[in-house]
Design a protein around this ligand. Structure first.
Ligand code: NAD
Length: 396
């Protein structure tokens, strides 16, 4: 069976997904239509990937009887309404990270970030539950787009953990870079949070999946997060950070944090420590480290030293791609032969397509997406209170 996909969104991540879907071959998956808000990028995307039908309104794509699944590559605040609408139309859903978030409930956009974190957590969980329930009621899969879960290095780590027969005692992870240039990322009302949500969701998602998997393996039930502690900050506000046009760091944040550290206390007593920062020069940092009783595993996605290159100045490598978010290609760099592969995108889309074809849950499912936003908004609450928040969250 060929899985027929409707792509919603035609921007950065839609391109990565379409490239990964194309690599599966036309007998496995085909993008039969694309919906996106702006015409130019939509038509450009369609011609680039040989997609015949384009739509300004995503509901026209949902109305097509021949679409099996929709791939939501749209801004965060659209994940919840589009997932519910797609499920009600009987489509399997691929939803990018984060599953959803708090973007306001009618308050003015500049007031959204001032909402008490407990309200944010409660509302985000309500929306997540609605997404899960809509998919369950329609009998469709909710596939959660956490590519780290599928990264080959994480797959290798699972195999090493399995044969070691050791508990995962500690996890340390980070995603950091020099800041997002996208305008929506700078405002709570469109992003749902800052570095903690936008970047931290990756290492936290991979760690939650690993502990769930470990629990199933060792005890026949998942090991979940039991408590969260956190700090958030806007480090570009500390004074002395240049804000001129030429700054290497993004500094024009409106009302979101650009640094966070989260500690997760898991049910089995193990811990996870996660950093997310928009203030790191030198290229994107993506890693997860596992401490075992009999060993250690370092999963270095970026940078990794599969390829090391030296250039006397920044012109030597011309326009050849080096790696994401480096400021210069001069000196020693770590050129990435295939960044999409390293970060798990082809593997993610292959699993989502198989999950659609066989109507079975993917490795990264809606429950994991819900767990991630529960931990992240509990972390915002913990940072606000200056105190640990226990899970599962009980608003009373
Ligand atoms: N997994 C990852 O590593 C990763 C990386 C980047 C982004 N993302 C996620 O992907 C999502 C999209 O981010 P992006 O960077 O691709 O953004 P983008 O701005 O590049 O693209 C967004 C697309 O959504 C379309 N869109 C907006 N409103 C729409 C509407 N109402 N109907 C139809 N289309 C609409 C826009 O036209 C655009 O094509 C976000 O949720 C983000 O968190 C994930």
């Amino acid at each position: 069976m060929v899985v027929r996909i409707g792509m919603i969104g035609a921007g950065f991540i839609a391109r990565l997904h379409a490239t990964a879907l194309r690599s599966l071959g036309p007998d496995a998956a085909q993008i039969v239509g694309v919906a996106a808000r702006t015409e130019g990028p939509r038509e450009q995307f369609a011609s680039e990937f040989g997609i015949q039908d384009t739509y300004a309104d995503y509901r026209d794509l949902l109305a097509r009887a021949d679409v099996d699944a929709v791939d939501l590559c749209v801004p965060n605040h659209l994940h919840h309404p589009m997932t519910v609408a797609a499920a009600q139309a009987g489509k399997h859903v691929y939803c990018e990270k984060p599953l959803t978030g708090y973007f306001g409930r009618g308050e003015a956009p500049d007031q959204v970030s001032k909402t008490p974190r407990e309200v944010m957590l409660r509302e985000t969980l309500a929306d997540s539950d609605e997404m899960l329930a809509a998919c369950a009621a329609a009998g469709v899969q909710l596939c959660y787009g956490e590519d780290w879960v599928y990264a080959p290095v994480l797959e290798k780590a699972r195999r090493l953990v399995q044969v070691s027969n050791s508990p995962i005692m500690e996890l340390r992870g980070e995603e950091s870079h020099n800041g997002s240039h996208a305008d929506y990322a700078k405002r709570w009302a469109t992003s749902g949070g800052g570095a903690l949500l936008r970047l931290g969701v990756h290492p936290i998602g991979a760690a939650l999946q690993l502990k769930r998997w470990e629990g199933q393996l060792r005890h026949g039930r998942p090991i979940r997060a039991a408590a969260v502690t956190a700090e958030v900050a806007t480090l570009t506000d500390i004074g002395g950070v240049p804000r001129d046009e030429g700054s290497w760091l993004v500094t024009d944040w409106v009302d979101v944090e650009n640094w966070s550290t989260t500690i997760i206390h898991f049910e089995d007593g193990s811990r996870g420590v996660f950093i997310a920062s928009d203030n790191i020069l030198g290229g994107i940092v993506n890693y997860l480290e596992l401490t075992l009783a009999y060993g250690r595993i370092k999963c270095n996605m970026t940078p990794n030293n599969m390829c090391e290159a030296y250039a006397a100045d920044g012109t030597v490598w011309g326009d050849e791609y080096i790696t994401e978010k480096i400021q210069t290609s001069a000196g020693w760099t770590y050129p990435s032969p295939d960044e999409d592969w390293v970060r798990g995108f082809p593997h993610e889309l292959a699993d989502f397509v198989a999950a659609t074809r066989d109507n079975r849950p993917p490795l990264s499912d809606g429950e994991l997406g819900r767990d991630c936003v529960e931990v992240i908004y509990a972390a915002y609450l913990a940072a606000e209170r200056g105190a640990r928040v226990t899970l599962p969250f009980n608003a009373s």
